[in-house]
Design a protein around this ligand. Structure first.
Ligand SMILES: Nc1nc2c(ncn2[C@@H]2O[C@H](COP(=O)(O)OP(=O)(O)O)[C@@H](O)[C@H]2O)c(=O)[nH]1
Ligand SMILES: [Mg+2]
Length: 383
């Protein structure tokens, strides 16, 4: 998932890191000697043996970074001047590339201009919408430039933190279907809408499977009465995941099908109704009219717009149009497993102002993931 974007983000984070390291070096070169001493009354000792395991850095807030490992805090104080130990230029340099204390740094726009521009280009090239890209860049600028900032471990970690916050800002809060169901009157009625082939029917089967596994009862309304074979497809899925499906004949009024599904749920104490719809009609106006009627007849609690993550910016534009015409509460992004860019997943919530509810991540019924921004960002940034 989002492989190309992940790699590019890794590369640009490194660039930010090395730019910031240069600033740190420059500050150190310019720093008067007595100021340096005043940082931590040093009683200078240097490691005496070649055994790496014996090396114990000096103060509580020193972190040793191995390029191949994640940072690990090291305690056991000794009295080495931390400032003077960074970067380590002894034989340890091979193993411990960077050794820094927690320190403060003041960056100017110029110091990070190049990687910032590169980041902007990477986001746009990976289909992150323009507005979301600008919001991310602005957040990076705000979090890095113009004020003294604390760097706790390495410059790269410092940048990762800023990037994480910037991405979390645009991803919004996400949407927990379980929490929604738990706090609403049953049955909760969820309508799935969106273009043909986007993955509505498959997603309904996956959501039914997900809800069943989480202890909720489900009925499906086979509301795509327009396409020949849609009923059969839905029936097969429903049988496989073990969920009741309500259907009428091909060409029937979808509002009537979904009305029956809701009545069935009420009569059988079922928690959730999942309503399928046609992605296409004779023309767009008719499709909109049909959706309007469904809305009037069953008053869905959640209108879920389904589109493919792989469609990138097109998915974002379609979702926005759909939200403006029919109204949308949440978005389901399918085929994220085939999406190397991740642009739609990153920008759709920011652009349309509605959260992503699920990511479809494959062809199996279990290939559906609740969209949790923190997890998505950690995955993107390789944590
Ligand atoms: N790889 C992958 N394929 C998916 C995913 N979701 C749906 N599909 C496929 O997309 C195609 C269209 O799905 P369908 O549910 O019929 O779309 P609908 O027309 O919107 O109902 C089918 O071949 C699905 O197997 C997904 O998350 N990953
Ligand atoms: Mg379908």
């Amino acid at each position: 998932m989002f492989k190309s974007l992940k790699e590019k983000l890794k590369g640009v984070t490194r660039k930010f890191g090395s730019n910031i390291d240069e600033v740190i070096e420059r500050e150190d070169v310019n720093k008067p000697a007595d100021e340096e001493k005043s940082v931590s009354q040093p009683e200078k000792t240097t490691p005496t043996s070649g055994d790496k395991n014996e090396f114990k850095p000096d103060s509580q807030n020193i972190t040793v970074l191995d390029n191949d490992r994640s940072p690990s805090p090291v305690s056991e104080p000794k009295n080495i001047s931390a400032e003077k130990q960074r970067p380590v230029k002894t034989g340890f340099a091979q193993k411990f590339k960077v050794l820094i204390t927690e320190r403060e740094i003041l960056l100017s726009e110029k110091d990070i201009q190049e990687p910032l521009e590169e980041l902007e280009l990477i986001l746009l090239e990976n289909d992150v919408a323009y507005d979301a890209t600008e919001a991310i860049i602005e957040s990076m600028r705000r979090n890095l430039v113009g004020q003294k900032r604390k760097i706790k471990t390495s410059a790269e970690d410092f940048v990762l933190e800023a990037l994480k916050n910037a991405l979390l800002d645009v991803l919004g809060e996400g949407f927990s279907l379980k929490d929604y169901i738990d706090s609403h009157e049953k049955p909760v009625k969820i309508l799935f809408t969106g273009v043909n082939g986007a993955g509505k029917t498959t997603s309904i089967a996956k959501v039914a499977y997900y809800l069943k596994n989480n202890g909720y009862s489900v009925v499906i309304g086979s509301g795509d009465t327009f396409r020949a074979g849609a009923n059969e497809q839905m029936k097969t899925h429903a049988e496989r995941v073990g969920v009741k499906v309500i259907n009428h004949q091909e060409g029937a009024d979808p509002s009537a099908v979904l009305f029956d599904a809701v009545s069935y749920a009420k009569a059988h104490d079922i928690d959730v109704v999942l309503g399928d719809t046609a992605g296409r009609f004779h023309n767009k106006t008719n499709l909109m009219k049909q959706l309007d009627k469904i809305k009037r007849v069953i008053s869905p609690d959640i209108i879920s717009y389904v589109d493919e993550a792989v469609a990138g910016n097109d998915a974002v534009i379609r979702a926005e149009e759909f939200n403006n015409s029919v109204g949308t509460d949440v978005v389901v992004l399918t085929k994220a497993d085939m999406d190397v860019k991740g642009g739609a997943a990153i920008s759709i919530a920011h652009t349309i102002g509605k959260p992503v509810m699920f990511l479809g991540t494959g062809q199996s019924y279990s290939d559906i993931t609740p969209f949790e921004p923190e997890k998505v960002v950690n995955d993107l940034l390789g944590e």
